[in-house]
Design a protein around this ligand. Structure first.
Ligand SMILES: [Mn+2]
Length: 376
């Protein structure tokens, strides 16, 4: 029997996710890359000779999953027959009639939970048990761990499940911290919350979300990844847990103060400086929130999105105020000055929504008064 086993924990891959916020071409690239990342993870699993892979749900998006994806999963799992893949279906890939899990023939090294109650797979040769459950529909209101304890049988105990630890009222399987600690498994691999995960431990119990693997929007910034775990299969069942970044591309969201900018190239220079400083590349999807008082004549900052500046995607979130050096406008006796004076109370003292609306109104109004095109 192995003294130490190697475990991979991952989830929330959302293969075939539509990426609807990107254009048609880029969303297709991202869908392909997502599948390629899955293949890279499989290479990694082979390279480290993992014994068990915990996939804690939302491996794919049921509504969008293609036959190609099903074939890819089955082919990749079958290519690593010495590794056990344990899958706990989540709210996006529930074990439901007609789903890939229920209708496709998976190889013998793949174990898929298929009921909402707690059950387990026992790997005697590894002295390890994996407890888990399945979403059988897009929601689940009871915690499978509530009031339960592991069998104290001298084995390494793992949990693989999709759940929401944020609220006991969640309809996405509300598992509480108390449930997890009382249950007493050595490592609990969860998924559902996508942000970069935090490993928690208490009283010999460790748990973590897997986090996302490939970011899918600006809600998922930073580099996605998986966990690599080494666990003793007897004695103190000590764990060593490491994060491995594996994503192809990453979303980032930055803020830049562009106070005093008078032209688009002033702003572009600041964006370029940030890209250099942070070493962002074509692996980066970047959103920049621009803020500060800029010249009233500076409008249509989102036009800067058309040059991606060496990135995969650049998105401009314009929160500037067109009030820089407003003295001249304040004294201007034409319609331009009148418009400025009219909007000034909102520009300076309104709510954030009022300031944004007043800024847009001033920029458009000034452009219109100068006979410039305001439709693009
Ligand atoms: Mn989920």
């Amino acid at each position: 029997m192995k003294d130490t086993i190697r475990i991979i924990h991952m989830g929330d891959l959302h293969l075939d996710s539509p990426f609807s916020s990107l254009g048609v071409d880029k969303s297709e690239i991202r869908r392909r890359e997502m599948r390629a990342t899955f293949t890279s993870i499989m290479y990694y699993i082979k390279e480290v000779a993992a014994d068990i892979v915990l996939i804690s749900g939302d491996l794919f998006d049921n509504g969008y999953a293609t036959e190609d994806t099903a074939d890819l999963l089955i082919k990749e799992f079958a290519a690593l027959p010495d590794c056990r893949f344990v899958i706990a279906p989540g709210n996006h890939d529930p074990y439901a009639r007609g789903s890939i899990y229920a209708s496709k023939k998976f190889p013998g090294n793949v174990c898929i939970f298929h009921g909402e109650g707690l059950s387990r797979y026992v790997f005697e040769d590894l002295n390890t048990e994996v407890y888990g459950w399945a979403f059988c529909s897009p929601s689940m209101t009871d915690s499978p761990l509530a009031g339960r304890r592991v069998d104290e049988n001298g084995r390494l105990h793992l949990v693989c499940g999709h759940c929401d630890m944020a609220s006991p009222l969640s309809t996405y399987c509300p598992v509480t911290k108390d449930d997890v600690v009382r249950f007493g498994a050595h490592y609990n691999g969860f998924s559902h919350i996508h942000k970069t995960p935090e490993l928690c431990t208490e009283g010999g119990v460790a748990w973590s979300y897997s986090g996302f693997v490939e970011g899918r929007s600006f809600d998922e910034c930073g580099k996605g990844g998986i966990y690599y775990i080494e666990a003793k299969t007897s004695g103190d069942f000590a764990l060593s847990i490491k994060r491995k970044n594996i994503a192809r591309r990453h979303y980032e969201w930055e803020k830049i103060d562009v106070s005093g900018a008078g032209t688009l190239s002033d702003v572009a220079e600041k964006i370029d400086a940030l890209i250099r400083e942070k070493h962002y590349t074509e692996e980066t999807l970047l959103r920049v929130t621009l803020y500060g008082a800029v010249a009233p004549s500076l409008e249509n900052l989102p036009r800067l999105e058309s040059a991606v500046r060496g990135l995969f995607l650049l998105e401009i979130d314009d929160k500037t105020s067109p009030t820089f050096d407003g003295g001249a406008l304040e004294k201007d006796m034409t319609m331009r000055g009148e418009l400025y004076r009219e909007l000034l109370p909102l520009l300076e003292g309104g709510t954030p929504e009022e300031r944004a609306t007043a800024s847009a109104a001033l920029k458009m109004g000034l452009a219109a008064l100068e006979g410039r095109n305001i439709t693009d």
